[in-house]
Design a protein around this ligand. Structure first.
Ligand SMILES: C[S@@+](CC[C@H](N)C(=O)[O-])C[C@H]1O[C@@H](n2cnc3c(N)ncnc32)[C@H](O)[C@@H]1O
Length: 340
């Protein structure tokens, strides 16, 4: 039996384990494709390895071997010397709205190295990224405009790709002013308010993110009714009727989440609504993307993915009543709550 046989039950446990352990090589090989922009080059047709290497300024032998490996995972199709990108591989091309290229760059350039300290996290509970970078992860990101740019483009990629279709059929709770806290470059709020011309919006994020949000909102023709405000959601947040917290609470431990929720309590009237956009962990051992992201939170942020019961308890402890959890066609759900 060869290592590429896919009949999983017949693959000896040791071979399966070696394949799992090789995950770091898969990540790095995919990073090469993203960094050298190989998928974008192949978007307009097949190339030989030599042509690709010349266009990507790479070593032909090394690139050819990386491509041969990734072809076994369905990223490329090869025929003799010719290389073609598959539908799966094309998700790393830059020239499409639902690209994941920046996700690959972000993960591998900012998350990969700290994950080398996961054993330290397992032993002590301390955050690997904080140890690795000598300061909290978002502080390290903020110190370099290029990192900020890659992070913004990654979250925009996530909104456009992994969350594609998630808002179909979903209507935000009523309320004239909608604030997206930690709203990044504003892509999500722009999408949510596009069909609600009577509502006004606020994208609230760290000050260094504001220029990107202003640009998105101007590009989408929404600058007249959606403001961008810089600040710190642990200190204070703008007043609004509906608050979106998309992929925010999962970044933080319960006490830090309560500080963010308390800032909302200070700014809002009773009856204000909160919508968490999060991947809620289902019970049992079935695979779910949130179980992987939970490791990211563990190692990078000290945050966690939560179950429905954990969200209910967290919201309740900060003065909010969980109203309902609305699933979407994606791994993300809308967790709606009301300020008591
Ligand atoms: C995981 S991202 C989520 C972005 C976006 N809401 C989404 O769902 O794609 C977390 C966001 O929180 C922002 N953020 C982190 N700390 C913050 C703080 N103290 N105050 C305001 N925003 C903050 C980051 O800049 C980043 O844009």
């Amino acid at each position: 039996m060869s290592i590429t046989d896919s009949a999983a039950p017949q693959v000896p446990a040791q071979i399966q384990m070696m394949q799992l352990l090789a995950g770091f090589q898969v990540s790095q090989a995919l990073y090469v494709v993203a960094k050298l922009d190989i998928a974008t080059i192949l978007s307009d047709g097949p190339r030989t390895v030599d042509q690709l290497a010349a266009e990507a300024n790479a070593d032909a032998d090394a690139l050819g071997r990386i491509i041969r490996f990734l072809a076994t995972l369905g990223i490329f199709r090869t025929s003799g010397e010719e290389v073609e990108i598959t539908q799966l591989g094309a998700t790393l091309a830059d020239d499409r709205a639902d690209s994941l290229r920046y996700g690959a760059l972000y993960w591998m350039e900012t998350h990969y190295a700290p994950f080398g300290d996961l054993v330290h996290t397992a032993r002590t509970g301390e955050i690997a990224a904080t140890r690795h970078y000598g300061r909290p992860f978002f502080d390290w990101i903020s110190a370099d405009p290029e990192r900020v740019e890659v992070q913004n483009r990654t979250f925009a990629n996530v909104t456009n790709s992994l969350r594609a279709g998630m808002f179909d059929g979903y209507r935000l709770p009523d309320g004239a002013v909608v604030a997206d806290l930690g709203g990044a470059d504003g892509s999500m709020l722009a999408q949510l308010l596009a069909d609600a011309p009577d509502r006004r919006g606020i994208v609230f994020d760290r000050p260094e993110i504001v220029p990107a949000a202003r640009k998105t909102l101007a590009d989408r023709g929404m600058a007249d009714r959606v403001q961008s405000i810089g600040g710190d959601f642990f200190q204070s947040v703008p007043s609004a009727d509906v608050y979106i917290l998309s992929y925010i609470l999962h970044d933080w431990d319960d006490e830090a989440c309560r500080r963010i929720l308390r800032a909302i309590v200070e700014a809002a009237e009773p009856g204000a609504r909160v919508v968490l956009v999060e991947a809620v962990i289902p019970p049992g051992d079935a695979p779910h993307p949130a179980k992987v992201v939970d490791l990211t939170m563990l190692a990078m942020m000290g945050g966690r993915e939560r179950t429905a019961e954990e969200y209910q308890a967290l919201l309740d402890s900060a003065g909010f009543t969980l109203d309902r959890i609305v699933p979407s066609p994606t791994p993300f759900s809308f967790v709606e709550a009301t300020l008591r």
